[in-house]
Design a binder for this molecule. Structure first.
Ligand code: SF4
Length: 183
C-alpha cells in the first residue's frame, strides 16, 4: 500500500504527524507531493492563502526531515526536490528523460506542468504517435533561464523570489525530480 500526501499551506503543519500514522496503517511507500497552483482559483485570494504552495524555507525545514523520520520507521519515502541549491544542476525531464503522459483526447505530453494547456508535443492519430504542431512544450524545454524550470516560471511564478537586483534567489527544479529516502 502506498500513500500520497499533497502538501499545501493548509496541511503542512500536520505532516509531522504522518510517520506514526503510516506505521499504524502498515503503509509500504510514502509519497510527499507539492500542490500544483493552477487554474482560475489562483485568482481567488482566500484560496490562494490556504491552498498555496509552501515557501522555500518551510519546505526545506519540514519536508526532508519528515521523510527521514518515515524512512527510519522502515518506510521508503519519495518527495519532490522543488528547490535547487546553488551547487545542484538543473535538468529538464523533457530533455533528459523519456516520459510520455497520454490523454484520452489523443494529446501526449512530455511535461506534467504543460497538461492544462494545448502545448502537447505529440498526438496519437490513427494509432500512430506523431509530432504536434509547433509552438509546443518541446520548444520550451531548451530555454535556459536563471529561475530553472521554464513552465514553473510561466504558470507558477509565485513560488519564485528575487534579489533587489532582479536575480532569482534560487532555482526551481524540474517537477519530475524526486528524492528517495530509504530505510
Ligand atoms: S516541469 Fe519544467 S523542467 Fe520539468 S519537464 Fe516540465 S518544463 Fe521541463
Amino acid at each position: 500500500m502506498s500513500l500520497i500526501y499533497t502538501v499545501s499551506q493548509a496541511n503542512i503543519d500536520y505532516l509531522d504527524a504522518m510517520p506514526a500514522l503510516l506505521d499504524r496503517l502498515g503503509v509500504d511507500h510514502f509519497f510527499i507531493q507539492v500542490i500544483g497552483v493552477r487554474g482560475q482559483w489562483t485568482d481567488d485570494a482566500d484560496r490562494r492563502e490556504t491552498l498555496a504552495q509552501v515557501d522555500r524555507q518551510t519546505w526545506l525545514t519540514v519536508v526532508p526531515q519528515v521523510a527521514e523520520k518515515v524512512a527510519r520507521r522502515g518506510i521508503p519515502t519519495t518527495f519532490p526536490k522543488v528547490f535547487l541549491t546553488p551547487e545542484e544542476n538543473f535538468e529538464c525531464a523533457g530533455r533528459v528523460a523519456d516520459n510520455y503522459f497520454i490523454f484520452p483526447n489523443g494529446r501526449v505530453y512530455r511535461c506534467p506542468l504543460c497538461e492544462d494547456y494545448a502545448l502537447h508535443s505529440f498526438e496519437i492519430r490513427d494509432d500512430q504517435l506523431v509530432a504536434a504542431p509547433r509552438i509546443n512544450e518541446a520548444d520550451l524545454f531548451p530555454l535556459t533561464i536563471p529561475e530553472g524550470c521554464v513552465m514553473n516560471r510561466i504558470i507558477q511564478p509565485r513560488n519564485l523570489a528575487a534579489l533587489e537586483t532582479g536575480k532569482p534567489t534560487y532555482r526551481i527544479a524540474c517537477c519530475m525530480l524526486k528524492e528517495l529516502v530509504t530505510p
